[in-house]
Design a protein around this ligand. Sequence first.
Ligand SMILES: Nc1nc2c(c(=O)[nH]1)N[C@H]1C(S)=C(S)[C@@H](COP(=O)(O)O)O[C@H]1N2
Ligand SMILES: [Mo]
Length: 433
Amino acid sequence: MSSPTKDTRAHSDETDDPIPRIRLLSRRPALSPALDRRDLLKLLAAAPLAAHLAAHLAAPTPAAAAAARPALAAPGIVKPLPPELFTIRGTNAETNFTALRSTGLHTPADHFFVRNHTSTPVLSESDWKLTVWGSGLGGRRPVEFSYGHLRSLPSITRTAVVECAGNGRNFYATQQGETVTGTPWTLGGIGAARWRGVRLRDVLRHAGISSSAVDVMPRGLDDEFISNGVNHGRVRRPLPVGKALDDVILAYEMNGEPLPYDHGYPVRVIVPSWIGLASVKWLGDIEVSETPLSSPWTTEFYRFFGAAYPPGGSAPITRQTIKSALELPLGASLAAGVGHRLTGRAWSAKAPVSHVEISTDGGAHWHRARLCDTPRRDGWVRWTAHWHPRRTGPAELLARTTDRAGNTQPERTVHNTQGYLFDAVVRHPVMVV
Ligand SMILES: Nc1nc2c(c(=O)[nH]1)N[C@H]1C(S)=C(S)[C@@H](COP(=O)(O)O)O[C@H]1N2
Ligand SMILES: [Mo]
């Protein structure tokens, strides 16, 4: 979502890169277009390299892409994307918020949104290793961790949401009449899961992080990200040591299962409360530095640019913000004269949710929703509210979250050109019939 145009075939040149990875076999003869991607995946299930290739073949030609079934329309995503669960947005898949209605506090992996800059690499844990390197190791040589070594370290398990910085971006246009660039997510660029893994802190201490280290930069093993002809390299973004040594996890399980391919198998970073980009998937290496680090993801993307911000943009965005969402399609029809149980979710990256208010008359009157879960840091709460519409015609349903630090959703979000961190109350249109 960093840029509206992406080269979905982006991949690296065969440079003398010290870090082993599985690459796109781009010079293979073309496979029969009659063979669809699902057949291919089935056929090649036992061969990870070939499956990786298959994952890149979702849309070999525009004609084939047009003919593809909607469930297969996201190039580079491995898992099935049934249209009732997902809306495809370029290389990404947004969870339909309505589909969360039947799920609990943890989003099942098959419902979890996917945000890919390029495409999912199908890696294997036996070939995988993590390299920790850089000037922040006090002169020590790079240290490698195998998957087995990582799994032998003490583990922790915790619930955290992963939410894209662009979640809600579409409402800058539809609700505020403003132009922004990037993937037009509605509110489904978020999911919550139980992550199990090792503390980044433990890995950094094993590697011998020195007291002069200031920044730590995890990097993914997926293809280099090329946008508008510019190669930005592999997805990476620095974390200050304070955050890296605090609550960051190198996760290998999601909801009690090994990570799915699309969510970072075999190991991903989880950075609680920060924008999803920081939670680097398919982790390959971590640079530890005694001088500050940057990447295109902290200089060009994931900063606020626009009239309200300095000419060079704001500081890099770190934390996510506060939101609420209804588990109801935008534009849903509801019968007049009967009671409806409205359901939704509320979350804040800054503090546990305190309360949620609902307005069914466009914001004139508000009443409290009932919270169904104990609010916790870095998670979300489910809520319900009752509505008995009497008059037919269009209506707007509003839900407004307030957290325990006193943050509440504003009526309008200050514009930024890339449409990050939309936090305003969403005016959810419905039709009473
Ligand atoms: N290596 C790598 N890590 C990545 C990305 C990516 O494209 N490549 N996308 C990031 C972004 S922008 C988000 S919002 C989250 C999405 O995580 P998910 O796909 O598991 O939902 O992963 C982040 N980690
Ligand atoms: Mo994101």
